[in-house]
Design a binder for this molecule. Sequence first.
Ligand SMILES: Cc1cc2nc3c(=O)[nH]c(=O)nc-3n(C[C@H](O)[C@H](O)[C@H](O)COP(=O)(O)O)c2cc1C
Length: 522
Amino acid sequence: MADYTLSDYHERSKHRLNRYAPGPGRLDWANQPNPFRRYEGAMRIELPLLADDLETRYSALRRGTMPAPHAFDLDSVAILLELSLGISAWKAYGETSWALRCNPSSGNLHPTEGYLVTSGVAGLAAGVYHYLSCDHALERRGEWDRPVEFRGFLIGLASITWREAWKYGMRAFRYCQHDCGHAIAAVSYAASALGWRSRLLAAPGDAQIAALLGVDREAASAEAESPECLLWISAGGPSPAELPPAPSRWHGKANRLSSDHVEWTDIEQAHQLTGKQHLDHESADWTSRAHKAAGEPARELSAAQIFRQRRSAVAFDGSTSIGAEALFAMLDATLPRSGAPPWCAWPWAAEVHPAILIHRVDALDPGLYLLVRNPEALAPLRASLRHDWLWHKIGPPELPLYLLIAYDLRDSARLVCCHQDIAADSCYALGMLAHYEVAASDPWRYRALHWECGMLGQVLYLEAEAAGIRATGIGCFFDDEMHALLGLRGHAWQSLYHFTAGGAVDDARLTTLPPYPFARDA
Ligand SMILES: Cc1cc2nc3c(=O)[nH]c(=O)nc-3n(C[C@H](O)[C@H](O)[C@H](O)COP(=O)(O)O)c2cc1C
């Protein structure tokens, strides 16, 4: 497969009306991956459960108003992890129970692992730690022989692709990248709620990240973790000129998650093709759009409550509608702004634009709309999409939202989203139209495009909760049916992730249990 290209992976992993992307065919329950990685033999630090004490309001965060920075100590780091990658509830049905987390995941399979790299957090020895969400504990993986000085700390993310591939086969690589994007945004929101600045580092390459987190060390006895990214968390000031060196001493052995595995050659190829090399420079802070408060959410809740009550709806009622102002406010929160999470953490220009199928928004015609998140994309998008779209500017002057056609698109939404009713019974469904062309010249950006989609999804999940409705990410969609609906020509743009929000219908058979059923003193 020497001449395998990124477009081979992308085309082969598309769901098509007459054939879903290759998958395992059946679920091999005996090999279901363990959702929790542990490093056996590593020293554990049990973290306090303090998120209830955090007073930051969600409405302040979305306006870009952050509290004074909390001290860099173990208690605050514990809150950051609890509110980003921590468990938010357990669900039970009969004898079966499963954990939900603040960050969502395709199929609730949770391929994303979180790490902390620190030398300056009070109450925590310098080192590299793995976060074990189910116990809300850190496992000390690495330490340095000599003192390492850097201000702030790093959150590292890595993906265990096997967890998604077990269920979804070839398309799993994409889902891991979406999930990573959700996790990036979840960390950025939680950091802002503590008054801290978060920034994804653009320069480090995969090899450097893997060496720092220690995910290049495990032998074939455990499932591989692919390095994804590092987020720099600080009280302000510039990103570090240099990363700390890789630790010199390592502890712990990764647990094996399944007794047997299926190899997906296309995923191997995708990993290799989208590998990231070290870049010479951090990217400039380009998100300079002035911050203007956009509407207030219907529910005035604490940020901690919104982060932890975020859930995916499994069904919508087909009747709830929202006001146009509420929709405009949600869409406004997706626009890149340097002051507000999660876009303060994103070092690249916006390359993803939601194509929205509006079903039930008061005073707005049902129809197809496009939100152009980067003004430079307007002309190329107009040139690539169907020529007779209306392009009527809708909503507040500063919101780059355009009506393309007024039409009832509920059936189309259901069809495009693999016949899922949630896409039709909601207030809106959308596809995230990404500037795929940037990955043609720089294939690693295929991953970054999916991360941006995941971040958009996280914003829309939280905005839905704040508006009193509920949302669901949609990874199962017929790619080219969406492109046909848009009248898309060429391959410069591709829809990479779908999403929907509306009035949720809960499954009354499920019971909800607290996230951490043990008491832990601060
Ligand atoms: C990338 C991604 C793709 C998803 N795709 C679908 C989907 O196609 N259909 C669906 O009903 N839910 C989908 N979900 C929702 C997940 O099933 C849900 O996040 C997971 O079960 C965890 O539940 P929670 O979001 O309530 O924490 C998706 C979520 C993510 C993050």
